[in-house]
Design a protein around this ligand. Sequence first.
Ligand SMILES: NC(=O)C1=CN([C@@H]2O[C@H](COP(=O)(O)OP(=O)(O)OC[C@H]3O[C@@H](n4cnc5c(N)ncnc54)[C@H](OP(=O)(O)O)[C@@H]3O)[C@@H](O)[C@H]2O)C=CC1
Ligand SMILES: O=C(O)C1=N[C@H](C(=O)O)C[C@H](O)C1
Length: 266
Amino acid sequence: MRIAVMGAAGRMGKTLIEAICQAEGVQLTVGTVLPDSSLIGADAGEVAGVGRLGVPLVATLGEVKDQFDLLIDFTSPETTMENLSFCAEHGKKIIVGTTGLDDEQKAHLAACAEKTAVMFAPNMSVGVNVCFKILDTIARTLGDDYDIEIIETHHRHKVDSPSGTALRLGEVVADALGRDLKECAVYGREGQVGARTRKEIGFETIRAGDVVGDHTVLFATEGERIEITHKASSRMTFAKGAVRAAAWLADKEAGQFDMQDVLSLR
Ligand SMILES: NC(=O)C1=CN([C@@H]2O[C@H](COP(=O)(O)OP(=O)(O)OC[C@H]3O[C@@H](n4cnc5c(N)ncnc54)[C@H](OP(=O)(O)O)[C@@H]3O)[C@@H](O)[C@H]2O)C=CC1
Ligand SMILES: O=C(O)C1=N[C@H](C(=O)O)C[C@H](O)C1
């Protein structure tokens, strides 16, 4: 499997290149940076800190379209939309880790998945995906008696809020309880907001320092509370998940998948 990494000089881009180098059966053949980057032509491996790979960074996928089979994209929603169109048109598989997609952008992703294989997950770590699974069971078992709050902490550079993972955690527990997250989500309370309603799901966001990604789902009632917490201490956990997904997508021609599919957790 020949892999292209979009945004090769980004935090995840560099970690993805390292993860691809460590894995069997996959090879980095393309790395991209923005057209105005001073890194165009630089070696992707040297930029990622893993040593020379003989892969010069390029500005666009069009100039290397015969050199890769699958694109891994952890960039921004706008860039991801363009990449989805490119991959659908040129028969390339694509793994999307970018978060902060709005409904229209998710619809575009779904439309492209009718033409090529798309894996889209807000968090590619095994641990978070196991949490999604057990949270469904916990929420169904506890029912409506327990207040649910979701707290996430990320590094100071993160631009979207709440995190994609926090929103997916909210969807998982809302679905388990027969609620619509769009109707019951409450974001960042401030001022005289009144007592909490029974069925709301609260989100709190913290941005500080170099935190890779912490998520807690709190279930609380009178007399007890449960906290399910996942803490990522290295971006390698996300990158390894993406590379695992790349191998899993090898025999898929089209369709939309997520890490629950890759990990057989459905
Ligand atoms: N699903 C998951 O498991 C995870 C998802 N993420 C998500 O991944 C995304 C990226 O996160 P992170 O790596 O921290 O962010 P960074 O800002 O470090 O990396 C994004 C990179 O993409 C580059 N880029 C943007 N557009 C283009 C383009 N058109 N061509 C080439 N390069 C481009 C940026 O360049 P420049 O800096 O020059 O603008 C930047 O280097 C976020 O949405 C984040 O939430 C993060 C971790 C795990
Ligand atoms: O931006 C990040 O860093 C991360 N983003 C993802 C998200 O929004 O959930 C996943 C991870 O927590 C790191």
